[in-house]
Design a protein around this ligand. Sequence first.
Ligand SMILES: [Zn+2]
Length: 98
Amino acid sequence: MNKWNIPDLLENEIRNRDIYCIYCWIKFNTESKKNKMTWEHIINDETIITRENIALCCCSCNASKGAKSLSNRLNSEYCKNKNITAKNIAPVAQQALI
Ligand SMILES: [Zn+2]
């Protein structure tokens, strides 16, 4: 388990699935703080630990979210500036909007 209580098996699965940020598609950088990979709970509830709710996103997308729900986030200035929309986020995040 990692510090988010994500079992190793699930963690590996998600690391293999989410090679890019699920929102802005930036490639994670392991060497610098910029584009750092962070664990994301798509629905803002840290008790929902499923492959549908756990994903990887970059630190700036994660930092932009605050307590906002995903649909509210998509209306934020951050997402508008980065052209992040319900249509171009990763399928796992789109699922959470349905
Ligand atoms: Zn991102």
